[in-house]
Design a protein. Structure first.
Lengths: 557, 197
C-alpha cells in the first residue's frame, strides 16, 4: 500500500515536471487568427494577414500638442530624426521636405517601372503621339507652368500617372514644414512598426521607445506633450487594462473564496491542497494544447481555466465527504458522471472549424480529466487522516446571531437594485430583496404571475379558487413575513431555494394547514444530518396561500 | 531793360505753367489706395478669359479659355472650358482643383507658394492691399482710365518661379494679367467682363 502511494506521487510529480518542461517551450499567442476559420478562403486569408501584419495594424499615429506651431514642428522634426535611427520602425513620416523630395525622386527615377500606364502599346508611334499630346494639353491647364519642367524628361507623364494612384482628395495640412492636424493644434507623425500588430510586446516596446525619445529631446518645454493612437496602441492599452482588471478581480475572488473556505477547512494547508487538482489540470491542459496545436492562445487559457474551474468542487466534495466519514463509492460515481458529461460537452468543441475553439475543447477535456484523476488518486494520499471540518449545515443558525452576517445581509438588501414588475420577480439567492414589493398592474400580471409563483417563495400568485375569473382578478399574495423581515433567517432562504428547484405541486398550494408536505427525501433529510432544512423549519406563522388568507391580503400592495 | 526783364518773367510763367501742369498731371495719376478702394467696391464680377502661355520648350504658344467669377470677399473661380475642362476654386483658405480625373483640395496655409500665387489675383480683385503687400511689392502707374499694377514677389522662393505679375485695367475692371516667369516663359490672360444679370 505504501509502495503504491509512493508510485502515485512520483508519477504525478514526473507528469508535472514534463508539463513544466513543455510549457516553458510553448509559444503563447494573442492574435485573433486562431478564431478565424481553419481553412480560410482567399478573402478570409487576406483579412487574417491584414489583421496580423497589415499596414494599419503596424501604424502608430503620434501627435505633439502644446506650445506654438513652430515649436511643435521643430519637436516633430527632432522626434522623427531620433526615431529614424531606431530599429523598431520601418518608416517615420512627418511631412518634412527632405523625405518628400526623396520620395519624389524615387518615383521619378523609377517611373517606367512603376507607372500603371506603361504597356507595350504606349511605346508605338500612335501611343507616344497620344501620350505626348495629352502632356501638351495638360500644359494649358492651371498646373501647366509647373508641369513644363517635367515635360523634357518625362514626355509621356508617367510620374503623374504614379502620383495619381496615391493622391487622395486632400492632403495633410502642413505647418512650419511638418504635418499638422486639421485644426492646426497638433503636429502629426506617422510611424510604421517593424513588428507585427499582433506582437503586443514589441508594440509595447515601440510605444515606450517613442515616449523615451520624446522625453529625451533637449530643450523641450513642459507645455508640449505627446499623444499616441493606432491599433497597436489600443491593443497595448487594452491589454494593460485587462491585466489590471484580472489582477484586481482575481484577487477579490480569491479573498472571497479563502474567506469562505478557510473557516470551513480550518487549515491553510487543506486550502492549498484543494487547489492542486485545478492547478494540475491547468498545467496538463496547456501541455496538451501545446503538443496538439504547437501554440496556445491567450483566450484558450483564459476561458479554459474558467471552464475547468469546476474542478475546485471536486476537492471540496472530497474533503467534505472525507470529513463526514461517509463511504466514497457512490461519491466517486457522481464525480465520474460529472466529469464524463463535461468531457462529452467540451468534446464537441474539438470538431470546431476554428482552431481557437478546438484548443479550448482539448484544454478543458484534458484539464478536467487530469483534475479528476488528481482528486481521485493523489489528493487522498496527501490529505490528513482526520479532517476537522466545520459543519456547514449550521450556517443558518450560526449566522443568525452573527452581527457581521447581519450587517452583510443589510447591505445586500439595501444595495440590490430596486425591483420593478419588469424584473418578473427574478429571485436572488436570498429570495427576499428582488421580489416585487408592489403588486404588478393587472395588465402585466398575466405574464408575471406564473413566473412569480414558480420562482419565489415570498410571493405566491394564484388564480382565486372561484377560479375562472378574468385575468385581471388574479392576485399576487405575499405570505406574511417572519418578524425579522430583511434579515430573515437564511434557513428560510435556503429552504426557499430548495423548493424553487421543484415545480409547485397542487398538493402544496392546497395545503391549508400551512405545512409543506414532506415528500422528497432529498429535501427532507433526517433532522440529525441537517444538510437540508427539515420540514420543521418552516416558519410557524406561515400560512401558505389559503383562500381565506388570500381574501384577507387582497388589499395588500 | 525790358528785354532783360521779360525772359525772367517768361521763365517764371513757364515755370508756373510747368508746376500747374505737373500738379494737374499728378491729380490725374491714380494712387494705389484709390485703386484698391475702386476695386473693393465691386462685390462680384464675371468675365470670360483667354489665356496664352508662351513656353520656351514649345514652338508655339498654348491657348486655353473659359470663365472667371469673383465673389467678394474671398471666392474666386476659374473654370477652364477648352481645350480640356478644369476648374479651380479658391474659397477662403481652401483651393480646390478639379479635373476630369480627380479632385484635389489643398490648404493654402500648408502651401505658401500656392498661396502667394493665388493671392496676387484675389487680392487685386478684392482690393485687399494688405494681402497684396504681404507677398508683393506693388507698383502702380497710369490714370484711372488705364492703369497698370505691377507686383514683384517679396519671397526669394517665389522669385525663383515668378519675377513679375502685371495687371492692366481701367476703372474697376481688370483687362489683362501677365505672369512673367523666371525662365523667360510668360502667360497672358485677356479678360472680358460679362455683365452680371
Amino acid at each position: 500500500m505504501r509502495h503504491a502511494r509512493t508510485w502515485v506521487l512520483v508519477g504525478w510529480f514526473i507528469a508535472l515536471l514534463f508539463c513544466a518542461r513543455v510549457i516553458v517551450q510553448t509559444t503563447f499567442v494573442a492574435d485573433l487568427s486562431a478564431f478565424m476559420p481553419k481553412m480560410p478562403t482567399a478573402r478570409q486569408q487576406l483579412l487574417v494577414d491584414q489583421l496580423r501584419d497589415g499596414f494599419i495594424t503596424r501604424l502608430v499615429m503620434v501627435g505633439i500638442e502644446g506650445g506654438d506651431a513652430t515649436q511643435r514642428a521643430q519637436l516633430s522634426q527632432q522626434l522623427a530624426q531620433a526615431l529614424r535611427k531606431a530599429p523598431d520602425f520601418l518608416a517615420v513620416q512627418n511631412g518634412d521636405a527632405a523625405t518628400r523630395d526623396r520620395d519624389q525622386a524615387y518615383m521619378f527615377g523609377n517611373r517606367y517601372l512603376l507607372s500603371p500606364a506603361v504597356t507595350p502599346e504606349r511605346f508605338t508611334a500612335g501611343g507616344l503621339r497620344q501620350a505626348i499630346g495629352e502632356s501638351l494639353s495638360a500644359l494649358s491647364g492651371n498646373a501647366g507652368m509647373a508641369l513644363k519642367q517635367l515635360l523634357p524628361r518625362d514626355p509621356t507623364a508617367e510620374t503623374l500617372a504614379i502620383l495619381e494612384q496615391f493622391a487622395g482628395e486632400s492632403q495633410p495640412a502642413t505647418q512650419a514644414g511638418a504635418w499638422a492636424s486639421r485644426d492646426g493644434q497638433r503636429a502629426i507623425l506617422l510611424l510604421q512598426t517593424r513588428a507585427d500588430g499582433a506582437d503586443l510586446d514589441a508594440q509595447s516596446a515601440a510605444i515606450e521607445h517613442v515616449r523615451q525619445a520624446f522625453d529625451a529631446i533637449p530643450g523641450r518645454t513642459a507645455a508640449t506633450r505627446l499623444v499616441m493612437s493606432g491599433a497597436g496602441v489600443f491593443s497595448v492599452a487594452s491589454r494593460a487594462r485587462v491585466e489590471h482588471e484580472v489582477m484586481r478581480l482575481g484577487l477579490a475572488g480569491m479573498v472571497l473564496v479563502i474567506a469562505l473556505l478557510l473557516p470551513v477547512y480550518r487549515s491553510v494547508g487543506l486550502l492549498l491542497l484543494g487547489l492542486l487538482p485545478v492547478l494540475t489540470g491547468a498545467l496538463v491542459g496547456i501541455t496538451a494544447v501545446s503538443l496538439g496545436f504547437g501554440q496556445v492562445h491567450g483566450l484558450t487559457l483564459g476561458f479554459g481555466t474558467t471552464l475547468i474551474g469546476e474542478a475546485v468542487d471536486y476537492s471540496i466534495y472530497t474533503f467534505i465527504q472525507h470529513g463526514g466519514g461517509h463511504g466514497s463509492s457512490g461519491f466517486w460515481r457522481t464525480i465520474r458522471l460529472g466529469v464524463m458529461t463535461s468531457v462529452a460537452g467540451f468534446g464537441a468543441l474539438l470538431f470546431s472549424g476554428f482552431p481557437g475553439l478546438s484548443q479550448l475543447g482539448l484544454y478543458s477535456i484534458s484539464g478536467l480529466v487530469a483534475a479528476a484523476l488528481v482528486t481521485r488518486y493523489v489528493l487522498p494520499l496527501l490529505m490528513p487522516a482526520q479532517l476537522r471540518l466545520r459543519d456547514l449545515s449550521g450556517v443558518g443558525r450560526w449566522n443568525r446571531g452573527s452581527s457581521a452576517w447581519a450587517a452583510m445581509r443589510g447591505c445586500c438588501c439595501c444595495c440590490w437594485p430596486a425591483p420593478s414588475p419588469w424584473s418578473r420577480g427574478t429571485t436572488t439567492r436570498s429570495g427576499i430583496a428582488s421580489c416585487p414589493r408592489s403588486a404588478p398592474s393587472p395588465a402585466r400580471s398575466r405574464s408575471w404571475t406564473p413566473r412569480c409563483e414558480a420562482t419565489s417563495a415570498r410571493w405566491t400568485c394564484a388564480t382565486s379558487p372561484a377560479s375562472r375569473r378574468p385575468t385581471s382578478s388574479r392576485r399576487c399574495v405575499a405570505p406574511k413575513r417572519p418578524a425579522r423581515s430583511c434579515a430573515a433567517s437564511s434557513r428560510v432562504a435556503s429552504w426557499a431555494a430548495s423548493i424553487r428547484r421543484r415545480p409547485p405541486s397542487p398538493a402544496w398550494t392546497r395545503n391549508a394547514a400551512g405545512r409543506r408536505p414532506c415528500r422528497a427525501s432529498r429535501t427532507c433529510a433526517p433532522p440529525s444530518t441537517r444538510r437540508w432544512p427539515a420540514c420543521r423549519s418552516v416558519p410557524r406563522n406561515w400560512r401558505g396561500s389559503s383562500p381565506t388568507r388570500r381574501r384577507r391580503d387582497s388589499g395588500r400592495p | 531793360v525790358a528785354n532783360h526783364r521779360f525772359p525772367f518773367l517768361r521763365l517764371l510763367a513757364a515755370a508756373g505753367a510747368l508746376v500747374a501742369m505737373t500738379s494737374a498731371a499728378r491729380a490725374q495719376d491714380l494712387q494705389l489706395p484709390e485703386l484698391m478702394r475702386l476695386l473693393a467696391v465691386q462685390k462680384s464680377a464675371r468675365a470670360t478669359f483667354v489665356e496664352r502661355k508662351s513656353i520656351g520648350l514649345l514652338d508655339k504658344p498654348v491657348d486655353s479659355s473659359g470663365e472667371l467669377s469673383f465673389t467678394a470677399p474671398d471666392r474666386l473661380e476659374k473654370r477652364t472650358l477648352s481645350p480640356r475642362p478644369e476648374s479651380l476654386v479658391l474659397e477662403g483658405d481652401r483651393l480646390t482643383i478639379e479635373t476630369q480625373a480627380r479632385k484635389l483640395t489643398i490648404s493654402l496655409q500648408s502651401h505658401p507658394e500656392a498661396a502667394a500665387f493665388v493671392e496676387s489675383i484675389r487680392g487685386t480683385l478684392a482690393g485687399d492691399l494688405g494681402a497684396l503687400e504681404k507677398f508683393y511689392a506693388p507698383e502702380l502707374s497710369g490714370r484711372v482710365e488705364r492703369w497698370t499694377l505691377q507686383l514683384v514677389p517679396r519671397q526669394p522662393e517665389m522669385l525663383k518661379i515668378v519675377t513679375r505679375i502685371r495687371f492692366e485695367g481701367s476703372q474697376s475692371a481688370v483687362h489683362l494679367i501677365v505672369f512673367e516667369q523666371a525662365d523667360g516663359d510668360r502667360s497672358e490672360m485677356q479678360i472680358k467682363p460679362v455683365a452680371v444679370p
